[in-house]
Design a protein around this ligand. Structure first.
Ligand code: ZN
Length: 503
């Protein structure tokens, strides 16, 4: 079964920050989970490189827009392996093939009569590269996202007949209540449509940094339409010599931030309908990570959790775990360096790391390094019976934090199981050897099960632990009795306290 998932593409007028890392990590967890359950996954991320904000930023630095795009796109691309992101392709909207394919789609929209020439006048935010409609504008003519004063702009350009899709979009939302998730974002998008759609500018006249309009060479496409099409164009050329469009289109999941909801939940489906292309199955809208004091994180406020510092010292898995554990995915929530440290110590070093360390040590000391081939504890088996089905269900609706909570409940259960059964006490009594073997077999199997469930979240440490457990072939997503066969091997602390910065 094919499964196509995307992040939004990052805009190259700036450099990567925690918000970009957050979205890539969340999307990666879903992609890895789908691969784990045997689906044929294609995972796309990349950079959005045209438009006025890039042209402006380049001018301010005295360089060509392409040079700025090259430099910053490389930074976003380099971040992906650092975060253990398993994307299958990294698209750049300045790729020649993207430009060609996007122009073809937009030509089709034009040919089908969904464009016209007109004069646009409105309130424009240069940082959003977007004209704002009346019901979005803050008091004092300010941008609802950047809070800067909007400028009044007028120009002659080509319009997209968004208004023609009023009814089709209303029908889409009525028929598919899970088109946008979570529900409060669906309601927000539906309300925006309900307030009445106005036609929007499809092209810009006073700008050269963009994809040329094939039927009017004096104009370039408005950067948003160019950027949205990346999800479609990438499949055409991501794998040299092979067109993946039929295999993966339409996307199963677009994962986006709440600030670009309108483009993905209103403009994008309308554009696809205009081009007679199939619509994505779901758009998942995540919230913002806030500073510990509840304000939006910003360098100037000095309250930033620096992803690069965390990565260097603790590695990608720790950052991935923290962000998805701390903030309920889909909501806004605060993150902070102190919060990271607290969860790292309590959950990764103590709860999970110690569970792993103790289990491996006891298997070595009491069982000669071999998982006993005896029946596992029936009560524990019962408690683990629904784990994978529940995780699959939650991840199917992108409830990443809820699924992680479910897994973590089982990590804690295993720590209680150790305390309740005190294998070190059983080991002192030769008459209880069978009991000891049962307890350690159950622990090994429980640890294998939670670790397998954690693979999408923490791909590096889980691979090391599964290997140390000798569970290489034991990758069934279940809790059962296995013929383990292999020998456990030593593993240093999975999540050492106070790790030294990487050399
Ligand atoms: Zn803005």
């Amino acid at each position: 079964m094919a499964f196509y998932i995307t992040t939004a593409i990052s805009y190259v007028n700036g450099v990567p920050h925690l918000g970009h890392a957050y979205e890539a990590i969340a999307t990666d967890v879903i992609a890895r989970h789908r691969r784990q359950i045997g689906e044929d996954v294609f995972f796309l991320t990349g950079t959005d490189e045209h438009g006025e904000p890039v042209a402006d930023a380049a001018r301010a630095q005295g360089i060509e827009p392409q040079a700025l795009a090259d430099r910053n796109s490389a930074r976003f691309k380099a971040l992906m392996p650092q975060l253990e992101i398993s994307n299958d392709f990294f698209i750049r909207t300045t790729d020649q093939q993207h430009k060609q394919r996007a122009a073809e789609v937009l030509q089709r929209v034009h040919d089908r009569g969904y464009t016209y020439e007109g004069t646009y006048e409105g309130w424009y935010c240069p940082r959003c590269a977007d004209f704002k409609v009346e019901n979005e504008i803050l008091e004092g003519n300010r941008c609802p996202i950047h809070e800067i004063v909007l400028t009044r702009e007028q120009e002659q350009n080509w319009f997209f007949r968004l208004s023609a899709f009023q009814e089709p979009l209303e029908r889409l939302y009525a028929e598919r209540p899970d088109f946008v998730m979570p529900a409060h974002r669906y309601n927000e998008a539906r309300a925006f449509i309900g307030s009445g759609l106005e036609d929007v500018s499809l092209t810009r006249a006073h700008l050269s940094w963009g994809i040329e309009v094939p039927w009017d060479r004096s104009q370039v496409f408005y950067v948003w339409f160019d950027a949205l099409l990346n999800y479609y164009t990438a499949l055409w050329y991501a794998r040299p010599g092979e067109d993946l469009t039929a295999r993966y289109w339409p996307a199963n999941f677009h994962v986006i931030g709440k600030d670009i909801l309108k483009f993905h939940t209103v403009f994008w489906p309308a554009l696809l309908m205009a081009a007679e292309l199939e619509l994505p199955r779901h758009v998942f809208v995540h919230g913002f990570l806030l500073a510990g004091d509840g304000r939006k994180m910003s360098k100037s406020l000095g309250n930033v959790l620096d992803p690069f510092e965390v990565l260097e010292r603790y590695g990608a898995d720790a950052l991935r775990h923290y962000l998805l554990r701390e903030v309920s995915f889909g909501q806004d929530g605060p993150v902070s360096p102190d919060g990271f440290q607290a969860r790292y110590d309590a959950e990764l070093a103590n709860e999970y790391g110690n569970l792993a360390g103790r289990t491996l040590n006891m298997l070595e000391r009491y069982c000669g390094g071999v998982v006993p081939e005896v029946a596992t504890d029936a009560a524990l088996r019962e408690e683990f019976a629904g784990l994978f089905a529940r995780v699959d269900e939650l991840l199917g609706t992108a409830e990443l934090s809820a699924a992680l909570e479910e897994i973590w409940r089982h990590v804690r259960r295993l720590n209680r199981y150790v305390e309740e059964n005190a294998p070190w006490a059983l080991a002192k009594d030769p008459g209880r050897a069978d009991e000891l073997a049962g307890v350690l077999a159950s622990l090994a199997e429980g640890l294998r099960a939670v670790t397998l469930a954690l693979v999408p979240y923490m791909p590096v440490k889980t691979a090391a632990l599964l290997a140390a457990l000798g569970a290489g072939e034991q990758n069934e997503r279940s809790f059962a009795s296995h013929g383990w066969g292999g020998r456990v091997s030593a593993l240093g602390p999975l999540f050492p306290k106070d790790p030294a910065p990487a050399a």
